[in-house]
Design a protein around this ligand. Sequence first.
Ligand code: HEC
Length: 111
Amino acid sequence: MSLLPNRPAVRRAVTRCLALPLVLLCGIAAADGDGVWKSGENVYAKVCGHCHEGQVGPQLKGRQLPAAYISAVVRNGFRAMPAFPASFIDDHALQQVGDYIATSPAPSAKP
Ligand code: HEC
């Protein structure tokens, strides 16, 4: 006599319960690669661009903003902009994204 009367159904249910969190975890891991920022452009595209390429934050590229100013804003936040700690964007990646923004030309005007 079994405690689990319908074994295949139970196994399917258990598999589904385990599979969903795993799929979700993989999705999160893929969003940020392997947890290492690849370049300033990578950080900009994955973090800053959500607001600064949309309608939320001001345009940053093409303004020759100093990398040191950009770093200070990212670490401390600035009015409506949240701060990003070193646990999220490490010092090296922050330096890279500052250099990337400082040296990127302004995007061409949209029609
Ligand atoms: C959640 C949205 C959001 C994200 C993500 C974000 N910002 Fe911002 N940022 C803002 C907003 C909004 C402002 C304008 C703040 C204000 O004036 O009240 C701002 C302002 C700034 C400024 C000052 C601009 C100026 O005109 O002096 C800099 C520099 C900046 N952000 C850099 C960055 C960088 C670099 C990143 C990525 C690491 C980033 N931001 C990510 C929303 C965001």
